[in-house]
Design a protein around this ligand. Structure first.
Ligand code: SF4
Length: 228
């Protein structure tokens, strides 16, 4: 029986407690060894799996080591180097342009504010939040990716649909000390159990808390439509 807690804050707390037990080592799955590599990996990961990005980056980071390497890279060659990644042509342009800006306007250092980061090509609020959190230890918000979006709605934590509005709702109910971890817990659970098409509600540690549980709910609150 999936029954949510009385308030959204209490629901969020209960969900986090359960997921912390289930995924004690939950953290970012992209591999990088400095802020520049982190930025590149996160830009590449839009609409692409972390696994594929990690494979591509293993070679990419050996070939391109500095901001200058990316800023002066040949567009076609860089695109070819990342050609197994979705939207590789655009992403190669973003990376070159961002590297040029970092060189010209930030002394070659990846900036550490939301405004400066989102001014870089290809960097939206989600990418900036990841870079701030993991590159600079600055936690300004909650990263809302497709898993966080889907699970937050399924679990009754928000009824919003845009990542920006969902983030506003979540930062209002999740304690700030949990903002960074929250994303990784939801990503882990979204990958392992609460998948988009076929969530395994019968084997879910949140089943008794979840108002979308297929075991007793007709509607998937993520889509607002009936379970098939
Ligand atoms: S797997 Fe099912 S019960 Fe678990 S959170 Fe997702 S929709 Fe709810």
């Amino acid at each position: 029986m999936g029954t949510r807690r009385e308030t959204r804050a209490a629901q969020a707390e209960a969900v986090i407690d359960r997921l912390e037990e289930e995924y004690p080592d939950s953290t970012i799955s992209l591999r990088y060894s400095n802020r520049l590599e982190l930025l590149i990996a996160v830009v590449l990961s839009a609409q692409c799996t972390d696994e594929r990005v990690n494979t591509v980056c293993a070679d990419l980071f050996e070939k391109y080591e500095t901001v200058e390497d990316y800023a002066t890279a040949d567009q076609e060659e860089l695109a070819e180097d990342i050609s197994s990644i979705t939207y590789y042509n655009n992403k190669a342009k973003y990376i070159r342009s961002a590297a040029q800006d970092i060189l010209e306007e930030h002394d070659g250092e990846v900036p550490d504010t939301m405004d400066e980061l989102t001014d870089l090509a290809g960097v939206g609020r989600k990418t900036a939040n990841v870079v701030l959190q993991h590159g600079h230890d600055v936690v300004e918000g909650i990263v809302v990716d497709t898993h966080v979006q889907r699970l937050s709605r399924r679990l009754g934590l928000t009824e919003e649909t845009s990542p920006e509005r969902i983030e506003e709702d979540l930062t209002g109910i999740v304690p700030q000390t949990k903002w960074q971890e929250f994303t990784h817990l939801f990503i882990d659970h979204g990958r392992a159990t609460c998948t988009a098409r076929n969530p395994d509600c019968a084997d879910c540690v949140l089943e008794d808390l979840c108002p979308s549980s297929k075991l007793d709910a007709d509607v998937d609150l993520a889509s607002g439509e009936s379970w098939e």
